[in-house]
Design a protein around this ligand. Structure first.
Ligand SMILES: [Mg+2]
Length: 337
């Protein structure tokens, strides 16, 4: 995937050691993110001995510039206490978007998001899609609202700031590094597993891409079921490895990076507890975020797969009577009654 953006440019001119310390000290009372920088500061020299944001050596000014920009991007928790939630996480395909519907995203959902955002609620599109693919469909849907955050490929986090999406670099770099290490471990086995799929289910599309060394598009859900069983057996040999499935599409991923852990990361940065988060999804890859310990309010549109409807209900959530975005809007509406 091509890089989405460059980090926002800040004008962080080198100043005296004392001035630098004061700048950081003011930020100390805010988020833990900035506090970490304070720990790193050597007030004698104004230099940081390590960079707590990335774990890599860098000079102090770079660290502070990066840290303050990151902090301002995340912003403060501004949700209204008269609403039951401050953060909404919605899957995209099948949950709010259906390309064969007109409109592809129901207008009532769009109006609902605009109303909520005006009141300080943040909206995350939490999807398995890549950036380009998502942007294309959002453009086609001609939405008047913009998500505050994106979770892409079920793992990367991006923040809407100054008219564009900027990556949450710390998270995304960790994500990339851990996936690279894990995928290197299974590299030799992937060839054998791919050959098994091709031989057992001729016509199945087996390929690698920038996000996984093995991706599968099965011809039908029955074959996708059988492939999933085989791959989950293999995952038992590597505790960090998971087989992530969305309908007939599947791929290997790292257990620490999912729609659920990404949503938790966003919520942590915004200082929003799980009980003030709403999450909605329709497919198997949504299950990691459709848990009561991740989001206090769970919902599934009527078209969700049985496993999702069952989990949402068992976790105390709501399965809507309507499909797609209209169903999500129905679930939100019930909470606001
Ligand atoms: Mg979906």
């Amino acid at each position: 995937m091509p890089p989405i953006e460059a980090r926002p440019k800040g004008s962080r001119s080198p100043r005296s050691a004392e001035e630098r310390a004061i700048t950081v000290g003011v930020s100390d009372a805010r988020l833990g993110f900035i506090k970490a920088l304070v720990i790193a500061v050597n007030r004698e020299t104004g230099e940081a001995s390590f960079d707590p944001l990335t774990g890599r050596g860098s000079n102090f000014c770079d660290s502070v510039g990066f840290g303050l920009l990151e902090w301002s991007d995340w912003g403060k928790r501004t949700g209204s206490m008269d609403l039951p939630f401050d953060l909404i996480s919605t899957d995209f395909d099948g949950t709010i978007f259906e390309e064969f519907e007109t409109p592809s995203i129901a207008h009532e959902f769009e109006r609902r998001i605009a109303w909520l955002q005006e009141r300080g609620v943040k909206w995350v599109i939490n999807t398995g899609r890549s950036y380009d693919s998502l942007m294309l469909s959002l453009e086609q849907a001609d939405l008047s609202v913009t998500p505050n955050y994106l979770v892409l490929v079920e793992r990367e986090i991006h923040i809407w700031k100054n008219g564009r999406f900027a990556g949450h670099d710390v998270w995304n770099e960790q994500c990339e590094d851990k996936h690279a290490s894990l995928f290197e471990l299974i590299r030799m086995d992937v060839r054998e597993l791919s050959e098994w799929v091709r031989a057992t289910f001729p016509g199945t599309h087996v390929y690698s891409d920038a996000h996984s060394p093995m991706c599968v598009t099965a011809r039908c859900n029955e074959e996708s079921d059988a492939i999933q069983i085989r791959m989950q057996e293999y995952c038992e040999t590597h505790p960090e490895l998971v087989w992530v499935r969305n309908d007939v599409h599947s791929r290997f991923s790292h257990i620490e990076f999912s729609k659920g852990t990404a949503l938790r990361e966003i919520a942590e940065r915004l200082d929003i507890p799980a009980e003030r988060i709403f999450a909605a999804g329709d497919e198997l890859n949504d299950l990691p975020m459709l848990r009561a310990d991740v989001a206090g309010f769970l919902a599934a549109p009527a078209n969700a797969v049985p496993e999702v409807r069952e989990q949402v209900e068992s976790e105390g959530g709501y399965v809507a009577t309507r499909s797609f975005a209209a169903g999500v809007d129905e679930a939100i509406g019930r909470l606001l009654e």
